[in-house]
Design a protein. Structure first.
Length: 252
């Protein structure tokens, strides 16, 4: 009887130890699996971070060098046209604007390089910056530009940065492709949402066809910036009737 009791006790102890050992093994396996998944997730985060950084660098290069050079080319073409017509005074005025534009492009390029080293951004008044951009555009192209800016709430640096680049890209595309005579820039603050619309009366285009063509990095950059702002974009364009690009995003 004592032997049977000892055997039962020993069986219980062995079973308890086996159960504990089994749980420890399972816990170790789960921990190893978790660490492997964590390492994989870390690698994915690094890959996405590098991809996002490359996209940011591509946008910065496009929005500084590409847009700056495009603006200078437009001004040089305008100078050539005025010189051909014998309007040297107007050509001289545009030369002065070109010099200012070249200095700004150089400053923007230096700032883009600095931004690669540091995320800091200087304080910029959004409305004043938009007015300056519109004035440069009108002086370079002769296209009339009407502004309607009504901003009640404070605007984040992120929205200022991306908003200005979006407007600049829209104006560059208008100057290069639209043959417009008038441009309207509307920036409104309604119920906590900032709405930025750039509209023209040019020849228009088919957004679906343009999206499939290579080389239209400006539109790609606009979509990327809207995504980073957590906003939405709506492009309406009708052949021979003009184009409207409207972006809505939170101000913070």
């Amino acid at each position: 009887m004592l032997f049977i009791s000892m055997l039962i006790l020993l069986t219980i102890i062995v079973a308890a130890y086996a159960n504990l050992f089994y749980r420890q093994v399972n816990a170790r396996i789960r921990t190893q699996n978790f660490l492997a998944e964590l390492e994989l997730a870390h690698q994915k985060v690094e890959e996405l971070t590098l991809a996002n950084e490359r996209q940011r660098m591509a946008r910065d290069l496009h929005d500084t060098l590409a847009q700056g050079l495009a603006g200078l080319i437009m001004q040089l073409e305008a100078i050539d046209a005025h010189l051909t017509k014998g309007s040297s005074q107007r050509a001289h005025e545009i030369v002065q604007q070109s010099m200012s534009q070249a200095r700004k492009a150089l400053a923007d390029s230096r700032r883009a390089i600095d931004n690669l080293r540091s995320k800091s951004a200087s304080e910029v008044d959004f409305a004043d910056a938009v007015r300056e951009e519109a004035q440069r555009f009108t002086m370079a192209t002769g296209i009339r530009t009407a502004l309607d800016i009504k901003i009640k709430s404070s605007v984040s640096r992120l929205l200022i940065e991306h908003g200005l680049h979006i407007i600049s890209e829209c104006l560059t595309n208008i100057a290069k492709h639209s043959h417009a005579k008038n441009v309207w820039i509307n920036i409104l603050d309604s119920q906590g949402i900032i709405s930025i619309e750039v509209r023209d009366d040019g020849k228009g285009f088919n957004p679906d066809i343009i999206a499939r063509q290579a080389g239209h990095y400006g539109l790609i950059g606009i979509h990327e910036r809207v995504r980073l702002l957590g906003g939405t974009i709506n492009i309406n364009s009708t052949v021979r009737e003009g184009t409207s690009i409207k972006v809505e995003a939170p101000p913070y």
